[in-house]
Write a protein that binds this ligand. Structure first.
Ligand SMILES: Nc1ncnc2c1ncn2[C@@H]1O[C@H](COP(=O)(O)OS(=O)(=O)O)[C@@H](OP(=O)(O)O)[C@H]1O
Length: 323
């Protein structure tokens, strides 16, 4: 990144302040804004990276990145997948396949020190990890930054220590290793109260907490239902030759146009099987077998079962650098 970051970057940190999805009345308005933010991000940052999980939000974000990079001739940013050791198996096949298809350089960020302990002791999610078995770096985060005083913590993502070590520390280390100045992510205003006040460009400049960088958030203005609209009307028709150009919304998991299979579309099979979100194997529940986009999106919650969302946990995790 540039030596004089953030002075080298010309973005409006207040863009999006006080707004909600309703301020963008149609899918066209939402897409126009996503393209504008993505273009500015690719133009202004020396070394942006996209945070990609194979989930619908980050895959939609990556679609805008691909479009903008191809149209305006920007280099495609590296995609960072934070491997927290509790993903659904099928997710890595999915990201590897589409990274290859779209010519994306994909890297994995991991907290290797925690990973080594988990592997060596054959831990299952929920088992305890003793603090003193970890590296100084991790112990510094646990004691000084999180101010956690107990001797052990559970190997679980949706907890204060687990989420911070497995995701935020892994992310921070990757920011440093790859010298990333712009983190492009797929967070949305409507998915989590703690994200409702985010702006399209959001500073993370405190060097005591993370390597200084900005967050670039092109799809804040998409509600869950808009994400699916964008997939079936734009992303899939643009990606799959045999898919009708005017778009089509499948009414069941096998209701795909002639000549198109689930493997052809850049939508994880988990959504076809009824998952609404893909957090982790242990924290994500599905409530029905219906494909995600056909469910009662407005009347039920997208993040059923995420302990992370309880009380003020998400807010505290975000203050320390989580997405
Ligand atoms: N493990 C990992 N690796 C890379 N990038 C990640 C990761 N977790 C979150 N993100 C980024 O944040 C976006 C929103 O995440 P989620 O709300 O689905 O995650 S979570 O509920 O907090 O686990 C998410 O988009 P989606 O996963 O598509 O929703 C990513 O852009």
């Amino acid at each position: 990144m540039s030596d004089d970051f953030p002075a080298s970057v010309d973005v409006d940190y207040t863009d999006g302040e006080g707004e909600s999805p309703d301020d963008y009345p149609s899918i066209q308005h939402k897409i126009e804004k996503a393209v504008e933010v993505t273009r500015r991000g690719l133009e202004q940052y020396d070394n942006p990276a996209v945070m990609w999980t194979g989930g619908k939000d980050s895959t939609l974000t990556l679609y805008f990145i691909n479009q903008v990079a191809e149209e305006y001739g920007y280099e495609k940013p590296t995609a960072v997948f934070i491997d927290h050791f509790q993903h659904f198996d099928s997710i890595t096949d999915f990201v590897e396949h589409w990274a290859d298809e779209w010519g994306i350089d994909l890297v994995y960020a991991r907290n290797d020190d925690v990973g080594a302990y988990v592997e060596e002791h054959g831990l299952e999610p929920g088992d305890d990890i003793p603090v003193d078995a970890l590296s100084e770096h991790n112990q510094h985060h646990i004691r000084e930054i999180l101010e956690f005083e107990e001797d052990a913590f559970p190997f679980l993502l949706d907890t204060y220590v687990g989420n911070h070590l497995l995701k935020t520390v892994a992310l921070n280390d990757a920011l440093e290793e790859y010298d990333i100045d712009g983190v492009i992510s797929g967070v949305r205003w409507d998915e989590q109260e703690a994200r409702a006040d985010e702006t399209f460009f959001s500073p993370r400049h405190d060097p005591d907490l993370f390597p200084p960088h900005d967050r670039i958030q092109p799809i804040l203005q998409f509600a869950e239902t808009d994400v699916w609209d964008a997939f079936w009307n734009f992303v899939v028709p643009d990606t799959v030759d045999a898919f009708p150009d005017e778009g089509y919304i499948p009414q069941a998991d096998d209701d795909l146009p002639e000549g198109v299979t689930q493997a052809d579309v850049p939508i994880s099979p988990k959504y076809f099987a009824g998952f609404r979100s893909l957090g982790s194997e242990v924290s994500t529940e599905k409530t029905t077998e219906e494909p995600a986009w056909l469910q009662n999106l407005e009347g039920t919650t997208e993040r059923a079962g995420r302990a992370q969302d309880k009380e003020d946990l998400m807010e505290r995790l975000r203050d320390l650098g989580y997405m």
